[in-house]
Design a protein around this ligand. Structure first.
Ligand SMILES: [Zn+2]
Length: 65
C-alpha cells in the first residue's frame, strides 16, 4: 500500500545527482528524475536516494499522463 507523502516533503526532495525536481511514482513506488533518467525506489516507506542504487528509468515509459 503506497504511503501518503506530504506535499511539503515531496517539494524538498531533489535528485541527489542533478538536484533537479523528482517525479513521484506509485507503481513501482519511488521517485524518478527526468534529467538523469534514474529511478529511486522506496522500500518499506524509506526512499533510497543513493545514486549507485538508482535504477535506469525512461520517463516516457514510466509516466502515464
Ligand atoms: Zn537527476
Amino acid at each position: 500500500m503506497p504511503l501518503e507523502w506530504p506535499e511539503e516533503l515531496i517539494a524538498v526532495l531533489a535528485c541527489p545527482k542533478c538536484k533537479g525536481e523528482l517525479d513521484r511514482l506509485d507503481e513501482p513506488e519511488g521517485f524518478g528524475c527526468r534529467h538523469c533518467g534514474l529511478f529511486y525506489a522506496v522500500t518499506d516507506g524509506i526512499p533510497d536516494f543513493l545514486i549507485e542504487d538508482a535504477i535506469p528509468w525512461d520517463p516516457a515509459a514510466g509516466m502515464e499522463r
